[in-house]
Design a protein around this ligand. Sequence first.
Ligand SMILES: Nc1nc2c(c(=O)[nH]1)N[C@H]1C(S)=C(S)[C@@H](COP(=O)(O)O)O[C@H]1N2
Ligand SMILES: [Mo]
Length: 205
Amino acid sequence: MKTIISPDTKRENRVPPGQHLTKKWPVLQCGSVPKVDASNWILKIRGLVEKEREMSLGEFTALPRVKVFCDMHCVTTWSKLDNTFEGVATSVVRDLVKIRPEAGHVMVHGLVDWSTNIPLDEFFAEDCLFAIKHDDRPIDVDHGAPIRLIVPRLYLWKSAKWVTDLEFVALERPGFWEQRGYHIHGDPWKEERYSEPPDMSGSGI
Ligand SMILES: Nc1nc2c(c(=O)[nH]1)N[C@H]1C(S)=C(S)[C@@H](COP(=O)(O)O)O[C@H]1N2
Ligand SMILES: [Mo]
């Protein structure tokens, strides 16, 4: 199986500004870990695509696999280096549905009523994948099984857990945390953690 090396792991200093290292992998999500029924799992792929699709977990996990070696950076300031994920590269999805040229972003929906927005160039970066295994062991439900997106180049909140729905859209639309003050983009190397409050200077207030 091909192993893709995430380019950020080749930096001389692999720890972005304001981050510190952890060996453990914390579990974070809005609310508690959902009850997951893998036998009824459906992944929808819809929006600006030539042909919308719904896939069962069996169909999805039968797609070709890759391994990705990458680091994770959480906006709460922990970073975990040297991860090897195995799963389905996001580029495989592009071939499945033929994305229309007007599409510029994807809204990734996951349990429960959660979403995050990602520009397509970052979603289709070669180190971005739907992870099924981490360090050669199946990803557990706490970390987003059965399908967990990993976007190594952005803060970890963009890496949706329990992914159920990929919605391709033309314009950027803020997801769950992005509506609540997280940065619309989330590049850890630029410390795009939170969005700035609106600039009221000059308004007379
Ligand atoms: N479906 C879903 N995915 C999610 C979240 C969530 O609440 N729901 N939280 C995000 C946030 S804020 C973080 S920091 C990471 C944490 O991933 P981990 O629990 O595997 O460390 O998951 C992200 N993916
Ligand atoms: Mo987070």
